[in-house]
Design a binder for this molecule. Sequence first.
Ligand code: UDP
Length: 399
Amino acid sequence: MELFKCFVVYLVISVGQIHSSDEGMCTAKEQCTAPESSTTSSNLYSADFNKYMAAIESSVAAYIPCNSTNCNCHTDVLKADLKPFKAQGITKDSINRAKQYGTHYQVVGHKLYRQRECMFPARCSGVEHFVKPLLPLLPDMDLVLNCRDWPQIHRHWSKEKIPVLSFSKTAEYLDIMYPAWAFWEGGPAIALYPTGLGRWDLHRKSITKTNTDWDSKESKAFFRGSRTSDERDALVLLSRAQPSLVDAQYTKNQAWKSPQDTLNAEPAREVTLEEHCRYRFLFNFRGVAASFRFKHLFLCRSLVFHVGDEWLEFFYPSLKPWVHYVPVPVRSSPEELEALIRFFQEHDELARDIAERGYEHIWNHLRMVDVECYWKKLLKRYGKLIRYTVERDSSLIEV
Ligand code: UDP
């Protein structure tokens, strides 16, 4: 009996060896299931993996790079934003209605005037930096410039077409997008940037200079910022569960009162935008509106994961999902985020290619000259829509 048992054990081992030396070959009609022990995370997520692969292939195949001359990569955005005002033009009445939604400016005789009070002086100044050099080219006009984060003119709630310029919006809003003040000054003031995030021209250089090469980046997802939207929670929770996969932590902002505001944890140390470049996968989320973070992340030559597609700044539509960044559905669960991160950990070349295209796009098409050019086109076209003779408002001060 003992001898028989030994024979059976020998037979099982031998058959096992024959199969394992088979190098995965199997004959027709045989069941070619992978042995349990070789199940990797790729198998676990293979349905998602195929989906991601197909999305990248088709998006890259369909992608036609934009024409970089004369900020043409972005011109469709201002055309679309101004289109609702084309039929009736911008009337004195519509400007009077708009005044409650923002700061009133006038261009009269190639001079710039503004109402005395500006809710956020650094933001007004960040806007004026771009408008003033254009004055010799601009016709007379009234402008109502919203310096708050939130857009103002909801497509469905506002019966009239009221011309208000805002830095960010969703498709639900009629606001006309302008390049944010923070390209120059007046961005969020955090401990690292006490006078406010700004000077895109300088950040372009400093971040690009410190961006480490792909191979020396940590193969990890990274996010640092405050809880301006709970859409960021899933990544922070994933980071707490899997710190070797993700480092996503909440920092304090000016509204911070207790650890509740940082999802029941102590606030994390702030991390400079340059330091973000140490990581391969960088997450962007909306905040109150679009976050200024987005453009900076590309300069790291890391792979940008952009969560949600609703909130825009003027340059967002020029960036294409799967070509320049990884689009992440809003409210993805920690498990879904994990699958996406693991896909790119395991497909290094795809990750690197998208990161490189994202970097090139922002480097080549979001230069300071592109921002200036956008302002110029926007205001020249806006000026052509004015349907009345602009009269100087003596309550405004020259700026
Ligand atoms: N920021 C940063 N390092 C940090 C935290 C924030 O560079 O550790 C930057 C971030 O990139 C963004 C700005 O500070 O541009 C404000 O970030 P926050 O998350 O507080 O608000 P958001 O504007 O993204 O809603």
